[in-house]
Write a protein that binds this ligand. Structure first.
Ligand code: PLP
Length: 471
């Protein structure tokens, strides 16, 4: 590899990247090809002597480029997938270029301070307790894991048990209360933490998948001892927010009665709502809880992958995550990411958060949240006005649940046909869900680039496919 090889690689990669980004407003959203075609395009024989890097990158453009889904097109509404903010994109190019192993401050001081500041800005912006500690992880899954590991440390430590040293065998029992409809990454985190999924008690929700505070009250009144409760800001189906003040009051009372108690909020979808004055009625009481997980790669629109774990109790967070090794350089007084993350070596994924927050500013973040909610409501209004669909949820956030009506009553068939039709056409991408036993189409507006033209164009296409599916 010669010095000049960087230039020859960039000479291929940079125009290809720009071409991709500039094609987003118009390109088809999902590639038309199937597995066999993609496999055939990519399945080159390994060579003995390797290839010129610029050639390899040029082949990537040719072989993978056509099969990339346009997540950042403004017309991708599946799952909960954010777009790509230009500041995040630029930051990620540099993070890849700098190639920092960002576990410790001493070897990577620049990115370490950027991540420290990004965490402080988030805490301030989201009006969380100033003492909060922050870990930049790979996504909502690992943010839930990290926060629940801190919860496990704290409730057991308060019960006289050091779970990091002694594990769970022989530990005081921990009661785990999860709302029904909690995201599957939460029970998965319980598996990782040695609690097991079946350890959790499920609490009833209302018809918007909001926890019923009376169900929590009843559950807490019948137990004592270490207790972890998991609730949500932004349910993956309905977008709903739990009643944080009510949960905080109940948790405070349980704690005051002698039970170590921790409330974690899975806010992968909607923690950013705390930055929006227009959303204040939904986020009231959020800051009274103990930990919050969220995603940079969802609403904040940083590149994949980036999640954030925030904890009110830095000591518990650190006890759960920190690791020492004789050959490292630790204890310099500066923030070492390794103390707040489950990873050892790691990408400096918080740098994109730092850059995006700088680019958006406070009002830019609020506007991003408000716009996605407004556009979700625009979808809901247009679809329900068409007479071809009903909206199943109260559209309080960026998520819409759509029931496509069917003359023969087979709404699931129409939902699947509409989603498949529009995906095959390339106009947009939607994904489905089973909500309360019913197959529905979901809409998740999570891309800063989506505008009213995108929504109107996609609504027209959806209605066309619905008419076709109805026959
Ligand atoms: C509520 C909720 N929690 C957690 C997750 C998992 O996040 P990630 O895919 O970033 O791990 C999601 C993903 O959509 C989610 O909607």
């Amino acid at each position: 590899m010669h010095r000049s090889d960087w230039r020859s690689v960039l000479a291929v990669a940079a125009p290809a990247a720009l071409e991709h980004l500039e094609s987003l407003p118009d390109r088809r959203v999902h590639p038309a090809a199937g597995y066999a075609e993609i496999r055939a395009a990519l399945d080159h024989a390994m060579t003995d002597i390797g290839l010129d890097p610029a050639q390899v990158v040029s082949d990537l453009v040719r072989d993978i480029g056509p099969y990339v889904t346009a997540h950042a097109s403004g017309r991708f509404f599946g799952f909960v997938i954010g777009g790509l903010h230009p500041a995040a994109w630029g930051a990620e190019l540099l993070v890849s270029t700098w190639d920092q192993n960002a576990g410790l401050f001493p070897p990577t001081p620049g990115v370490a301070v950027a991540e420290e500041l990004a965490g402080e800005w988030l805490v301030d912006l989201l009006q969380l307790p100033a003492e909060c500690s922050v870990g930049f992880v790979t996504g909502g899954q690992m943010a839930n894991f990290t926060c629940l590991a801190a919860a496990r440390d704290k409730v057991l430590r308060d019960a006289g048990w050091d779970v990091e040293a002694d594990g769970l065998t022989g530990a005081p029992a921990v009661t785990i209360l999860l709302k029904e409809g909690v995201h599957s990454t939460v029970p998965r985190a319980l598996r990782f933490l040695g609690f097991g999924e079946r350890a959790a008690v499920r609490l009833a929700c209302d018809d918007q998948d909001r926890l019923r505070p009376d169900a929590l009250e009843r559950a807490l009144s019948s137990i004592s001892g270490p207790t972890i409760v998991v609730i949500e800001a932004g349910n993956v189906n309905t977008g709903s927010f739990d009643d944080f003040d009510a949960v905080a009051d109940l948790a405070d009372a349980h704690r005051a009665a002698g039970s170590p108690t921790w409330v974690h909020v899975d806010s992968a979808v909607m923690l950013l709502a705390a930055a929006s004055p227009a959303m204040a009625r939904h986020t009231r009481g959020l800051s009274r809880l103990d930990s919050w997980s969220t995603d940079g790669h969802k609403l904040l629109n940083v590149a994949y992958d980036c999640g954030v774990a925030l904890c009110r109790e830095p000591a518990a967070h650190r006890a759960a995550m920190s690791v020492q090794a004789s050959y490292l350089e630790q204890g310099t007084g500066a923030r070492d990411a390794m103390d707040w993350n489950p990873e050892f070596s790691r990408r400096a994924r918080g740098v994109a958060v730092y850059a995006t927050l700088r680019a958006l500013g406070r009002s830019g973040v609020a506007d991003l949240v408000d716009r996605t909610v407004r556009l979700a409501q625009r979808f809901a209004e247009a679809l329900s006005a068409s007479g071809l669909a009903e909206i199943v949820n109260e559209v309080v956030a960026n998520q819409v649940l759509v029931r496509w009506l069917a003359p023969d009553g087979d709404t699931a068939r129409v939902a699947d046909a509409v989603m498949a039709g529009i995906r095959a056409e390339g106009t947009a991408f939607f994904s489905g869900t089973t909500y309360r036993g019913e197959r529905l189409m979901r809409i998740s507006v999570s891309d800063w680039a989506t505008d009213t033209d995108d929504v109107d164009r996609v609504v027209a296409a959806l209605l066309r496919h619905a008419e076709l599916a109805r026959g």
